[in-house]
Design a binder for this molecule. Structure first.
Ligand code: SAM
Ligand code: SF4
Length: 367
């Protein structure tokens, strides 16, 4: 497209579905215009700071059977674990020492009492150990309102629940059509999290079989309609022990998936300048420069993995051999230099809350 015509889309007050499809299809000079503009919007509204969340892959036990994920209940090759409290607390100590400011606990989905109590207990213990210094994000799937409330009251204040695809039909091509995998229930959970006062994050996988630019544009419109505080977008990576592996020839190439993810991040940064956006680990896996590319397109959050090594090889949502051998402290030692090299800095010892969320809260209080 003519450069001037493309520039005028970038500067529209409200981007419509057709505009978003144009942005997501950008190539060559237009792609550069998109990325440059998204970076400028981020620097204007947020600055060049990167927030860290020390990630603990808390448990790989899952009752669900998502067709894309290596942790699905029918994958009997996985040895199931839950990290004991004392080891989670050891990770919290590392997070404090490294000045990460926040932790994120991610897990398969369980709703039984032992699990719900366990998450509540460990959240309280992290708060106590850190004297409230560590912010806590949870990503433990769909739960009852009561459970979400208990975890919130225990001290978790951010929650990530990706919608995976905001198009119902596409959602059911990647999930079994059963009551445990209900699209409506997923939406309900996101609404509950928003209502309870969590900084709520959602997101999708990019490069799914049969996913079109129209679907992705609708995902962006969905994020805006929910006015979420955070978004996590990452490329889909096929796992050999899942049903979607069969369709691996029907998805875009690695480079196409990472480029498309980058365009999604850039378009969303322009639409929602003040939200937090995570540079997903999957970006890094598909391209050694994937993290930098996501940050330069508008991401402002990175999640260094603190999970003790012996659990990591059993938390393979997608095949990720590179991740398994790293020592937590070493894996991110050069992160600061890498961020400095692209003119970004890491903000230590801060929770790194979403500016969009904080402003909305102040506004509501003032009313
Ligand atoms: N169980 C919780 C849930 O599903 O919300 C949280 C953990 S789950 C492993 C976190 C995210 O991993 C999912 O939301 C999904 O988007 C992503 N994921 C799972 N399998 C994937 C794959 N094969 N490629 C890329 N991302 C994947
Ligand atoms: Fe379980 Fe989450 Fe994986 Fe689905 S994506 S199988 S809920 S861990």
């Amino acid at each position: 497209m003519d450069k001037q015509a493309f520039e005028s889309i970038l500067h529209k007050d409200i981007l419509q579905r057709d505009d978003l499809i144009t942005l997501l299809g950008a190539k060559g000079d237009n792609l550069k215009q998109l990325l440059d503009h998204a970076l400028a919007v981020k620097l204007e509204h947020l600055d060049n700071n990167i927030h860290l969340r020390g990630l603990v892959e808390y448990s790989n036990t899952c009752r669900k059977n998502c067709k894309y994920c290596g942790l699905r209940v029918q994958n009997t090759k996985v040895v199931r674990y839950t990290v004991p409290d004392d080891e989670v607390l050891q990770c919290a100590r590392i997070a404090l020492e490294q000045g990460y400011g926040s932790m994120a606990l991610q897990s398969g989905e369980r709703t039984d009492r032992e699990f719900v109590d366990g998450v509540e207990r460990v959240v309280k213990a992290i708060k106590q150990l850190s004297g409230g210094k560590l912010g806590i994000t949870l990503s433990c799937g769909e739960q009852s309102e009561e459970t979400y409330r208990r975890w919130f009251e225990a001290g978790a204040h951010r929650y990530l629940l990706r919608i995976e695809s905001s198009t119902r039909e596409l959602y059911y091509t990647i999930h079994p059509h059963t009551p445990e995998h209900s699209f409506e229930r997923r939406l309900e959970c996101i609404d509950t999290l928003l209502r309870l006062g969590y900084q709520t994050g959602t997101g999708v996988m990019v490069g799914l079989p049969a996913q079109t630019l129209g679907h992705l544009a609708d995902d962006l419109l969905f994020f805006r309609s929910k006015d979420v505080a955070m978004v996590g977008l990452g490329p889909f990576i096929p796992h050999p022990d899942t049903p979607l592996w069969e369709l691996r020839d029907q998805i875009p190439s690695k480079e196409e998936r990472i480029e498309l993810t980058t365009k999604m991040i850039a378009a969303l940064r322009i639409m929602m300048p003040e939200i937090n956006m995570v540079s997903a680990t999957a970006n890094q896996l598909l391209d050694p420069q994937g993290r930098e590319r996501a940050v330069l397109a508008g991401a402002n959050v990175i999640m260094p993995n603190l999970t003790p090594n012996r659990y990591r090889e059993e938390y393979l949502i997608y095949p990720d051999k590179a991740n398994v051998g790293d020592r937590p402290e070493e894996a991110y030692r050069n992160l600061e230099a890498r961020m400095n090299a692209i003119n970004h800095s890491i903000l230590y010892n801060e929770w790194g809350d979403s500016v969009a969320f904080t402003k909305r809260k102040q506004h509501t209080k003032g009313e």
